[in-house]
Design a protein around this ligand. Structure first.
Ligand SMILES: Cc1cc2nc3c(=O)[nH]c(=O)nc-3n(C[C@H](O)[C@H](O)[C@H](O)COP(=O)(O)OP(=O)(O)OC[C@H]3O[C@@H](n4cnc5c(N)ncnc54)[C@H](O)[C@@H]3O)c2cc1C
Length: 480
């Protein structure tokens, strides 16, 4: 239970200004003393504990503009939240701008595009697109926000075939920190469009995006489950199997320490297992032939590979849908050598006590993600062959620190098997913020700082990434 919170900033906010804001928005303006505050300040990730000075639940793009003009007037920082799956620094002492009510999705089946508003979760785009035989480039969970995911890059089960979600954006409509609405595309405000393509949510509030859709109705894949005792051999076999796969396959291997849950069968409840997750976006018969290598090598405990409508792609990872407290860390990998595998086994499997991590997943990268030119978008590290993600359940601040400490040791032990780069979508909390530089390669962080200085000169959106507007200043200080 959190203690009631008295926010000094809120008490300083002028009641007339708040009344003006309330009369200027169709959505809700919520202050700490309001009954709705305790539920409105929650993120999907229940480990996030944030106490905004005020909350605006926008009903439309005009509300977003009004909220940003208000923030400028009273000099408040702004944090944007669609679902709260990917919070960096919590929205404390600032304006929390919630976009979840902007739920519009429009499909143009002829042009194979979709218009997606700021509060839309991927599941809604998936359903609307599948109804006309098309597919968006969603990630493992249909519950994740489409725009937050895309701003970070967006690597899903079609990534090696069709690339990142960020590579399939045709246009972003945004509201700038000063409340001005602008359009961004390769021909309009192209620098901002470049930054939003994997550069994160620190530049403007995206009110909607136009994205490409792809003709995918059926895929082959799912999950193979092997016993933890075979983890070493499964990771080694995964490395060899995935090495020559065509881009129709997007794959991963995950060591899971499953919690004891009544809904799980006894052989999984409270057990450690290795899962091979995969999606083949091609002819099922061919996919089956290529997957047969696993069955010939060693029969899994469960063979969950099957043909499925793409609308069921969320069942491959089966991510939690209900809010939960979690901590995630990750890093790009140079290789999945035997030495890297030994380190993964050491840190991913429980060592005599309760496991620190629920999931340690190595996703295969490359394919269509890697053929796009490095400087086409802000998104970085396209050439790394694998990306590692570690996830722990963390209901208390101590548990968050325990997971992060374990993740830090894990990454240190992997040493040169890591590239040194991070994928911002797989980071959460303070690490997402402090790893800003590692999320971008070459001089991209400097380029992003310049773009931020142009579009958000007062660093209003300063909780998502550490990008100072002053390109000559120290990287870790605010400008005011
Ligand atoms: C269960 C789960 C599964 C996931 N699977 C994948 C996956 O398969 N592939 C992958 O790449 N990532 C994956 N992610 C990571 C996810 O893409 C990021 O956490 C993403 O930031 C979530 O976006 P959101 O809008 O849902 O979350 P939020 O926490 O609401 O937003 C995250 C950040 O995005 C920015 N943002 C959101 N909306 C806007 C907007 N309208 N304008 C400007 N900035 C905005 C803000 O900076 C905000 O802090 C997963 C995360 C979870 C928890």
């Amino acid at each position: 239970m959190n203690m009631p919170f008295v926010n000094e900033l809120t008490t300083a906010l002028d009641t007339d200004q708040i009344a003006d804001l309330r009369s200027n928005v169709r959505g809700q303006v919520i202050l700490p003393e309001d009954a709705e505050y305790e539920s409105a300040r929650l993120a999907w990730n229940l480990a996030v504990n944030q106490h905004p000075a005020l909350i605006v639940i926008a009903a439309d793009a005009d509300d977003i503009a009004a909220a940003l003009r208000f923030a400028a007037l009273v000099d408040l920082d702004v944090t944007v939240q669609a679902t709260g799956h990917g919070v960096a620094r919590p929205a404390t002492d600032c304006l929390l701008l919630i976009t979840s009510e902007l739920k519009g999705v429009q499909i143009d089946a002829t042009a194979r595009t979709a218009w997606v508003e700021a509060g839309v979760k991927w599941g809604a785009v998936l359903n609307a697109a599948q109804a006309v035989g098309l597919a968006p480039l969603l990630g493992s969970s249909p519950g994740v926000g489409a725009i937050g995911y895309t701003l970070g890059g967006g690597m899903g089960w079609l990534a090696r075939k069709y690339g990142l979600a960020a590579d399939s954006v045709l246009r972003f409509e945004v509201v700038l920190a000063n409340g001005e609405k602008v359009s961004t595309s390769p021909t309009e405000n192209a620098d901002l469009f470049w930054a939003l393509g994997g550069g994160g949510g620190a530049f403007a509030v995206v009110t909607g995006m136009e994205i490409k859709l792809y003709p995918v109705q059926t895929v082959y894949g799912g999950t193979l489950i092997y016993p933890a005792a075979a983890a070493r051999e499964v990771l080694q076999f995964f490395r060899e199997w995935s090495r020559y796969l065509p881009n129709e396959w997007t794959t991963s291997v995950a060591i899971m320490n499953l919690p004891p849950l009544p809904e799980l069968p006894p052989f999984l409840s409270g057990q450690s297992v290795v899962m091979v997750n995969a999606c083949y976006a091609g002819e099922t018969r061919i996919g089956q032939m290529m997957a047969q290598a696993w069955m010939d090598w060693q029969a899994p405990l469960v063979n969950g590979f099957h043909e499925m409508p793409f609308s069921e792609v969320g069942t491959i990872s089966n991510d939690p849908q209900d809010p939960m407290p979690g901590t995630s860390s990750g890093a790009w990998m140079n290789d999945l050598s035997d030495d890297a595998i030994e380190t993964i086994l050491r840190f991913a499997l429980p060592a005599g006590g309760p496991p620190t991590l629920v999931k340690t997943e190595v996703r295969q990268a490359g394919g269509a993600m890697a053929i796009t030119d490095t400087y086409e978008r802000a998104y970085s590290h396209r050439q790394a062959p694998f990306v590692l993600q570690m996830v722990g359940v963390s209901p208390t601040p101590e548990a968050v620190e325990a997971v992060m400490s374990h993740a830090r040791q894990f990454k240190a032990a992997l040493g040169s098997h890591l590239t040194g780069g991070t994928y911002m979508n797989f980071l959460e909390g303070e690490e997402k913020y402090t790893s800003t530089r590692q999320s971008f390669e070459g001089d991209k962080a400097e380029l992003l700082k310049g773009i931020k200085a142009k579009y958000d000169p007062l660093n209003r959106f300063n909780r998502a990434l550490n990008l100072l507007p002053d390109s000559n200043g120290p990287f870790n200080k605010r400008p005011r």
